[in-house]
Design a protein around this ligand. Structure first.
Ligand SMILES: [Zn+2]
Length: 74
């Protein structure tokens, strides 16, 4: 946890890897604000994580899976 002075230099934000007391973090709950990203660089797991949950394009043989067999549109 770090304290970050705001641009007006009249207040400090409490910054942790996932939260911040600045307005931007309040408006975007669940998303690290620029402070969190700056002081706690996020591990680059976003792209691989997204890829891993995407369905594979085609089944072996170019079919879309059992549905093609059922519908007869292989
Ligand atoms: Zn912030």
């Amino acid at each position: 946890m770090v304290l970050v002075r705001n641009n007006k230099k009249d207040a400090y934000y409490v910054v942790t890897p996932k939260t911040c007391s600045c307005p931007a973090a309040t408006y975007n709950p669940g998303q690290p604000c620029k402070h969190a990203r700056k002081y706690f660089p996020q591990p680059k797991v976003t792209a691989p994580a997204v890829d891993s949950i995407k369905p594979e394009g085609k089944w072996p043989g170019g079919h879309n899976g059992p549905v093609d067999e059922i519908m007869g549109v292989a």
